[in-house]
Design a protein around this ligand. Structure first.
Ligand code: T5A
Length: 219
């Protein structure tokens, strides 16, 4: 695998899709082509699973069924889109990935983190992002943004206490993996956040190039 896998995480409405599009524009200006994708989704089968997961009529979905559906969507997405792109040396920007499972199904729903890790290994052969941007904000503000769009999905209908646990979950992941996860204050102007993301992204690329040059020099 020689490509670059970058994920965007955060509570509902924290601006992930918006920032992915802004980074894509920045990369396009530098003639860098990227694959933009999202979870759950990214392939026809995984998008069909997404419909089930987000449909507010599926209120009775059991936590374990929910976890396995997210994992099934991810297994298909990784196999069909992400891994082939990375193997071809492409850059992949993904709206949510396994950290969302840890935060939502693990920390907020309370399913075993050990089990989640095992399922992740089975579903993806333990694929990990190189770099993750965590757009952190008060979930109440994020939910307010999504409500302004008019449609409320099954996950957005969860209590505010649930969404607070999700936020805490993401922050705990960032604390455990500061090398990979960059935490950004998502309650700022779009362009301020976008500039920060570009700065961290460029610094990461430089660090990676230095490491690769060093590895090439090492006999
Ligand atoms: N989930 C997902 C799990 O439980 N487990 C998993 O393993 C995975 C992968 C996915 C749901 O599934 C859950 C998490 C989710 O509940 P989704 O629709 O993809 O559902 O949900 P989100 O990823 O949260 O998508 P949203 O579109 O709701 O949020 P975004 O992408 O973070 O936000 P964005 O960019 O669409 O912006 C939302 C609104 O805010 C405005 C935008 O213009 C837009 O109107 N906005 C700003 N306004 C002011 N200031 C800023 N800085 C702004 N940035 C954006």
């Amino acid at each position: 695998m020689s490509g670059l896998f970058i994920t965007f995480e955060g509570v509902e409405g924290s601006g992930k899709s918006t920032q992915i599009e802004l980074l894509r524009q920045h990369l396009a200006e530098r003639a860098l082509s990227v694959l933009i994708t999202r979870e759950p989704g990214g392939t026809p089968t995984a998008e069909a699973i997404r419909e089930v997961l987000l449909d507010p009529r599926n209120k009775a979905l059991a936590p374990m069924a929910e976890l396995l559906l997210y994992a099934a969507a991810r297994a298909q997405h990784v196999e069909e889109r992400i891994r082939p792109a990375l193997d071809a040396g492409q850059m992949v920007l993904c709206d949510r990935f396994a950290d969302s499972t840890t935060a939502y199904q693990g920390i907020a729903r309370g399913l075993s983190l050990e089990l989640l890790g095992e399922i992740h290994r089975l579903a993806t052969s333990n694929l990990r992002p190189h770099l993750t941007f965590l757009l952190d904000m008060d979930p109440e503000l994020g939910l307010q943004r999504t409500r302004e769009r008019g449609r409320i999905d099954r996950m957005e209908q969860e209590s505010i206490a649930f969404h607070r646990r999700v936020r805490e979950g993401f922050l705990a992941i960032a604390d455990n993996e500061p090398e990979r996860v960059v935490v950004l204050d998502a309650d700022q102007e779009l362009e301020v956040i976008a500039r920060d993301i570009r700065r961290h992204f460029d610094a990461y690329l430089e660090r990676r190039a230095r490491e690769q040059a060093l590895a090439a020099d090492t006999p």
